[in-house]
Design a protein around this ligand. Structure first.
Ligand code: SAM
Length: 395
C-alpha cells in the first residue's frame, strides 16, 4: 500500500513543487551508496527531468531522470539507502525521518527554499514560450497582449493558464513521435487560445511538422478562429464545426486536448484519443454531471445527502473512473493541478501518456470494477469503449 510520504513525493514531483531534496544518513555504512544525494528539477530540451546528484567522498556524479519516473526513483533510494530527507517546496521545508523499522515521520517547517518562482518554476520561467515583453502575434490578436508584449491586466489569468498548459505539454513532448508530422486535435476548442498556443509552440517556435485540428459545435467561434488562423498564416491549423462523438475524419492522432469540454463531451474525446492510439492526452474536464445522477451508496450518505458535497464527489469519481480506465488501456495517468484553484474551480488536468506495454491491465480493471460497483455507477467512458474491456458486465 502506498504510504502518505510516498504519495507526498509523487505529488511534489508531479505538481512541480519540488525545489530541492537532500537525502542523507545512510542506512548502511558498508554499502556503495553515496553518503548524500541531492535531487532538483531541470528543464531539458526533451522536457522536465529531475537531476539526481550523488555526492561521494571524492567525486560527484549525476543522472537526469524523466519526470514521470523520478518519484519512484526518489522513493526507492530512500527505502534502500537513507534514513533522512529534507524536501524543500514553496509551501514548506519537510523533513522525512525513518526509524530502524522503516517507519516515516514527517516534520514541516516554514519554507526556506523560495517561492514558486524558485527551482523548477524559475527554470520554467526562464524558458517560458510566451514571455512578457515579447509579443506573440496570436496573443495580440486574441486580446491578451499589447503589440508591445504587455499582458492586459484583465487577461493575466488566461495568460498564466496558457503558459501553464504549454509547460505541461513541454513535459511530455518526449512521448510524441519525432520522425514524422504530428496530428493534434483540440476537442471543444471554443475560442481556441490553447490551440493557437500549441501551434505557436510546436510549429512556430520549434519548427515541427504538425497538423492541428480544432473542433467545436459553435459555427461562429469556428468562423472567427479560421479567419484568425488565416490572418496569422497558420496554414497547418484547421477549424471545423462538429460534434466530437460524430467526428470521423481521422484514422489516427498523436495528441488529443480537451479544455473544459462539458460533461460527457470529455468522454467522447477521450474515447476518440484511445481509438486513434494517441500518445498523449491532455484533458481538463468540467461540468461532470453524469455520475451525480447515478451515484448511490448508503455508507457514503454523509457525502451524498449534501448536494454540494455530492457534486464535488461525483466530479472526482468521474475523473477517477476515466483515469483508471485509461490505465486499464495501458496509459500512464497523472492528475495534476492545472492552475491555482483561486483562478478556476475547473482545475484538474488528466494527463495520460501511452506506455509501450501491450494489452490490458487486469489489475486496474479489477480496481475499476470494484469502484463502479461500490458507487453503483455506469460511466459514459466505459460505455463508449464497451468492446475494449476484458469482459462486459451486466449493467
Ligand atoms: C467551456 S468551453 C471551452 C472552450 C475552450 N476549450 C477553452 O477552454 O477556452 C467548452 C466548449 O466545448 C464545446 N463543446 C461542448 N460539447 C461539444 C461537443 N459534443 N462537440 C464539440 N464541441 C463541444 C462548446 O461549444 C464550447 O465551445
Amino acid at each position: 500500500m502506498t504510504e502518505q510520504w510516498q504519495q507526498d513525493i509523487h505529488n511534489w514531483l508531479s505538481n512541480g513543487e519540488l525545489l530541492q531534496a537532500t537525502l542523507s544518513q545512510l542506512r548502511r555504512k558498508d554499502g556503495d551508496a553515496s553518503p548524500k544525494t541531492v535531487i532538483r528539477p531541470v528543464q531539458l530540451k526533451n522536457g522536465l527531468h529531475y537531476q539526481f546528484e550523488y555526492h561521494f567522498a571524492n567525486k560527484v556524479t549525476h543522472d537526469n531522470v524523466a519526470s514521470d519516473l523520478a518519484a519512484d526513483r526518489f522513493i526507492e533510494l530512500l527505502q534502500q539507502n537513507y534514513r533522512q530527507a529534507l524536501v524543500k517546496t514553496p509551501e514548506a521545508d519537510v523533513q522525512l525521518l525513518f526509524n530502524k523499522k522503516g517507519k516515516a515521520t514527517l516534520l514541516a517547517k516554514p519554507p526556506t527554499g523560495g517561492s514558486r518562482t524558485a527551482g523548477l518554476q524559475h527554470n520554467r520561467q526562464k524558458q517560458r514560450v510566451l514571455e512578457e515583453g515579447k509579443a506573440a502575434p496570436f496573443l495580440v490578436e486574441l486580446g491578451i497582449m499589447t503589440p508591445e508584449g504587455l499582458v492586459h491586466a484583465k487577461k493575466q489569468d488566461k495568460y498564466r493558464q496558457i503558459n501553464r498548459f504549454l509547460e505541461m505539454v513541454t513535459d511530455v513532448l518526449a512521448y510524441l513521435p519525432n520522425d514524422r508530422e504530428l496530428t493534434i486535435v483540440d476537442f471543444g476548442c471554443g475560442k481556441s487560445y490553447l490551440t493557437f498556443a500549441l501551434y505557436h509552440l510546436l510549429a512556430v517556435e520549434q519548427q515541427r511538422a504538425i497538423n492541428i485540428i480544432g473542433l467545436d459545435l459553435k459555427a461562429d467561434v469556428i468562423a472567427f478562429c479560421s479567419q484568425l488562423a488565416d490572418k496569422l498564416g497558420y496554414d497547418r491549423l484547421r477549424f471545423l464545426v462538429g460534434d466530437i462523438a460524430e467526428y470521423e475524419e481521422l484514422q489516427a492522432a498523436d495528441m488529443v486536448v480537451t479544455l473544459h469540454a462539458c460533461d460527457t463531451a470529455t468522454d467522447a474525446a477521450l474515447a476518440k484519443a484511445v481509438n486513434w492510439g494517441a500518445s498523449v492526452i491532455m484533458s481538463v474536464p468540467c461540468c461532470q454531471h453524469e455520475l451525480f445522477r447515478q451515484i448511490s451508496n448508503d455508507t457514503l450518505s454523509p457525502i451524498l445527502s449534501q448536494g454540494l458535497l455530492k457534486e464535488r464527489f461525483a466530479a472526482l469519481a468521474t475523473d477517477a473512473a476515466r483515469g483508471t480506465l485509461l490505465e486499464v488501456l495501458g496509459y500512464k495517468v497523472q492528475m495534476l493541478e492545472f492552475v491555482d484553484p483561486e483562478h478556476t474551480p475547473k482545475n484538474l488536468l488528466i494527463r495520460a501518456v501511452r506506455s509501450e506495454k501491450q494489452g490490458l491491465s487486469m489489475k486496474k480493471w479489477e480496481q475499476y470494477e470494484q469502484f463502479r460497483q461500490f458507487l453503483n455507477i455506469s460511466p459514459a467512458f466505459e460505455h463508449i469503449l464497451a468492446e475494449r474491456w476484458p469482459n462486459r458486465l451486466e449493467k
